[in-house]
Design a protein around this ligand. Structure first.
Ligand SMILES: *Cc1c(COP(=O)(O)O)cnc(C)c1O
Length: 495
């Protein structure tokens, strides 16, 4: 079956997967969604015998139907290789009866590597397939982790260049150092004076600017996106949900057909949406538990059906979840609205205008797969300590939010379904917050100073990604006002 990609905001003609990957965002400002969520055509027992790369092929071929077998297998081979520090790619670790799906074994030690190590290959293959001659300019807003993973993926990839905007005061010291030391003649990194939502809105505005697109085209450039609005990000993320279920099957931890819950620390709603797609492909999923930090706009939405971003933006120790405009929620809204583009558009316009929209009761009925939860800074820190004291396992601040939300969900509901927690970053990325949670004497220390302490505490070797930036030279130091983002892009490209 051929899968095409449709905008969430109009019934304009659907495009192929490769065209959707190249464009990033639909012309009308909507997000591309598959015309159907395809089913797996091999059994989960069969997939249990496959490795990560083979699983990736079985999942991705269902979505990227205009890629040939050779093209797709080549992309997968180039992505999931020894850039990852384990052959399993995404190991499933059991601690005290809960499964942690470690998605941080790639080159930048956050889950963004799972998709961003393959996106450049999907992008250049798509460009070839569609006879694109312009240079593809990847324009990206980051809350900390996407930026580095995208830079690492696109650095020195022929036919592309990449510009990353990050909130100057909204990322961890290690996240910032990772980005500003990025090598590659086609990379640019810019700090902005605003927060992540400002960065994301600025980037979206450039995507939607038709005059800018025309000027760029004249000079031989066109934009695409490495953010999770790109379906080339979303599709590779479905893979590890299928993979983790089949690892449980293989280990005899679940019987075929037995449901599993997934808990996902959520920001832009991309990771958990991929879990929802996996469920719709045929993976037996019980609840999808959406975990938020103090920026609990999604929790409130699941409780009340009202999405309201009019609230204080809180900087937390889980910065990759500090988001009030969860872009990918639009894809769920479109689906539960019965694929009604007009209704979706109206709600997104209300969000852009009043900062708020409400869904209907009928739509609420369709969200039963999801449960919202949130954990405060104190709760998440206490969870790091609790699990460390009980098991010796050290988790990062984002995973801790999910783990804390899961503990209170279980207490509240008594639901004993086997549960997988998406573990989205290495604790090394947030060394100070993690060490201070374990022992308050470390609070306020420098991330880099605590790296050796963390190694002693966790017994996990310092990852290469951290070693290599300790002494690396700063190569990017541009900072701009939020309002000047477009001017900065024009300067970089010489428009
Ligand atoms: C990006 C990120 C998240 C949030 O994922 P979304 O797909 O935006 O919901 C959570 N944790 C970490 C460490 C991340 O980098």
């Amino acid at each position: 079956m051929e899968i095409k990609y449709q905008s969430t905001r109009s019934n304009a003609e659907a495009v192929t997967a490769s065209q959707a990957i190249l464009k990033g965002l639909a012309d009308d400002g909507g997000l591309f969604v598959p015309t159907d969520i395809p089913k797996l055509d091999v059994s989960l027992e069969k997939i249990a015998e496959m490795d990560y790369q083979q699983t990736a092929y079985q999942v991705m071929k269902q979505f990227l139907t205009d890629f040939t077998e050779e093209e797709l297998k080549n992309c997968i081979r180039c992505a999931y290789d020894d850039k990852f520090d384990t052959k399993e790619i995404a190991p499933l670790v059991e601690k005290a009866g809960v499964y942690y799906l470690e998605l941080f074994h790639g080159s930048t030690i956050a889950f963004k590597d799972m998709a961003l190590s393959i996106l450049p290959h999907l992008m250049t293959t798509s460009a070839r397939k569609n006879h694109i001659e312009n240079q593809i300019v990847i324009l990206t807003a980051t809350s900390g982790d996407t930026g580095k993973a995208a830079l690492a993926g696109f650095a020195d990839v022929a036919g592309t260049s990449i510009i990353v905007f990050y909130p100057k005061n909204g990322v961890s010291a290690i996240q910032e150092r990772q980005m500003v030391t990025q090598k590659g003649s086609n990379t640019s990194v810019v700090g902005i004076t605003g927060n992540f939502d400002d960065a994301q809105s600025g980037v979206k505005a450039m995507f939607n600017n038709k005059e800018l697109a025309a000027v760029m085209d004249q000079k031989g450039y066109q934009f695409s996106s490495a953010n999770s609005i790109n379906i080339g990000r979303l599709v590779p993320q479905v893979v590890y949900y299928v993979y983790s279920y089949t690892r449980l099957l293989k280990a005899g931890a679940v019987k075929n057909g037995e449901a599993v819950n997934f808990v996902v620390p959520t920001g832009n709603f991309g990771n958990i949406l991929a879990a929802f797609y996996a469920k719709n492909m045929g993976v037996p999923v019980g609840k999808l538990i959406c975990a938020s930090n103090d920026n609990k706009v999604l929790y409130d939405f699941f409780e009340t059906g009202v999405y309201d971003k009019n609230r204080e933006f809180i900087l937390t120790s889980s910065p990759s979840m500090d988001i009030l405009i969860s872009s990918n929620l639009e894809r769920l809204i479109y689906r539960i609205a019965g694929e009604d583009a007009k209704a979706t558009k109206a709600m997104m316009e209300a969000l852009a205008g009043e900062g708020k929209y409400e869904i209907t009761d009928a739509m609420k009925e369709q969200m039963k797969d999801f449960v919202g939860g949130w954990a405060s800074e104190e709760k998440a820190a206490a969870e790091i300590k609790r699990v460390y004291d009980a098991t010796g396992y050290v988790m990062d601040t984002h995973t801790a939010v999910a783990s804390a939300v899961y503990q209170s969900y279980k207490e509240r509901t008594g639901d004993n379904t086997k549960t997988v927690i998406a573990s989205t970053a290495s604790p090394y990325k947030f060394a100070t917050s993690v060490m201070a949670a374990i022992d308050p004497k470390y609070s306020g220390e420098d991330d880099f100073v605590l790296i050796d302490e963390l190694e002693k505490t966790s017994g996990v070797k310092i990852p290469n990604a951290v070693e290599e930036i300790r002494s690396a030279a700063v190569l990017h130091d541009t900072v701009c006002e939020t309002a000047d983002m477009q001017k900065t892009v024009e300067n970089i490209l010489g428009l």
